[in-house]
Design a binder for this molecule. Structure first.
Ligand SMILES: *Cc1c(COP(=O)(O)O)cnc(C)c1O
Length: 391
């Protein structure tokens, strides 16, 4: 790729940090792929953290077009932001639960909180009673992760109280897997057994007899039908990341990221590069300075480890990643191929999000959610014409 216009498939100016292309058609194909693995369960979509950094206002309508009607966010503000683009038959769930201050606004907007403690159950029930109308809710139980959800003691307390859910329409009971990305980890079947056991206990409460169940995130879907229940909650797999790192990634890649060359230079033996002089050349080296740094979510932990790509050549990062730039070795590339303005692939066919995550000692989730808003974004949707949108 010799120009940004060629990459974007439309005329465009050279972007400052780079070009982030998000393929909504690939997200839709990933949704269909996950759905095809489910026998009876409904497939939701997790769009928290602005759809893992990719733009929830674009991603949610794409999922809607595939029939998704259950959208999960982390915070109530994320739900408010998304609500205007969703039709009335779609439901927004807030995974992190509800605070007493937010109860009124949440009820008014018909947003469904995931209730994670007795206190949250009480606050939501009191609001339903105040409004004298049923309020929808999801109950989360902790099956081992010790993060969110009702403890066994809280479950026992609620099950023993006939009035605990008066005025609440409990849609489903959910829990979350801690080790689903490691299919052979014993925690998976242990958490499943806990979930089954707790659900048997909860079924005894008349208000919960008709509730559904939800257990699996992306990785959980690949653990098989025992983990699917009534509704699954994939996030990262929709965005093309491999949720089962020990197996081949079945998902379509969603993101391409290109930065640009700011300038090139040739340095001699014993010359240094970047902060801390952490790289010293052993001989003549051709170097390109790229317009991307840790302020663009290009994590500093890739210093001296990660790469860029150009015309099939790998360009290793030399020295430390700075805030707005970093240096790569272009010695292997034929003269004249790389100059100021040349696009350099950072995520794409030569280097997946998962590859970048390995170089940065992290996971694909952190790479995506770090990308930020310094890139020019282009949303593409299958055969539909692409739309350059500056956000
Ligand atoms: C983030 C989250 C998900 C989605 O997880 P992925 O691993 O991205 O599929 C599902 N459920 C809960 C409770 C979450 O917090």
């Amino acid at each position: 790729m010799t120009s940004f216009s060629e990459i974007a498939g439309q005329p465009m100016e050279t972007p400052s940090s780079g070009l982030l292309e998000i393929d909504l058609g690939a997200i839709r194909a990933n949704y269909r792929l996950l759905q095809s693995r489910l026998a009876g369960a409904r497939c939701g979509g997790v769009v928290k953290a602005d759809a893992y950094g990719l733009g929830a206002l674009h991603v949610a309508p794409a999922l809607l077009a595939e029939g998704c009607r259950d959208f999960f966010v982390a915070h109530i503000d994320e739900a408010f932001a998304l609500q205007p683009v969703l039709p009335p038959d779609a439901t927004l769930y807030v995974l992190n639960g509800i605070t007493r201050e937010a109860v009124r606004a949440c009820a008014q907007a018909a947003i469904v909180p995931v209730l994670n403690s007795c206190d949250q159950v009480n606050a939501w029930r009191e609001e339903a009673q105040r409004l004298a109308r049923p309020l929808p809710a999801v109950l989360q139980i902790d099956t081992g992760m010790s993060r969110l959800g009702l403890t066994p003691a809280e479950v026992a307390e609620l099950v023993g109280d006939v009035g605990a859910f008066v005025g609440l329409d409990v849609r489903f009971i959910m829990s979350h897997l801690a080790c689903a990305d490691e299919p052979s980890h014993p925690a998976n079947s242990e958490q499943l057994a806990n979930f089954e056991q707790t659900r048997t206990l909860m079924l005894k409460h008349p208000a919960l007899a008709r509730a559904g169940y939800s257990f699996a995130n992306s990785a959980g879907i690949f653990l098989g039908a025992d983990y699917h229940f009534d509704i699954v909650r994939p996030g990262v797999a929709l965005y093309g990341v491999n949720s089962q790192p020990d197996s081949k990634n079945p998902m379509h890649s969603v993101v391409r990221l290109f930065t640009r060359v700011v300038q090139t230079r040739e340095i001699m033996a014993d010359a240094h590069i970047g902060y801390g002089y952490s790289f010293t050349a052993s001989g003549p080296t051709r170097v390109a300075t790229l317009a991307v740094g840790y302020a663009d979510g290009w994590l500093r932990s890739q210093s001296g480890r990660g790469s860029g790509w150009c015309e099939g050549y790998q360009l290793p990062i030399l020295g430390r990643v700075s805030m707005d730039s970093m240096s790569v070795d272009i010695s292997a590339v034929p003269d004249g191929l790389i100059h100021s303005g040349t696009p350099i692939e950072l995520i794409g066919p030569h280097q997946t999000v998962d590859d970048v995550a390995i170089a940065a000692h992290t996971i694909g989730y952190e790479i995506l959610t770090s990308l930020g808003h310094r890139y020019q974004r282009v949303y593409k949707d299958g055969s539909a014409s692409s739309d350059a949108i500056k956000i």
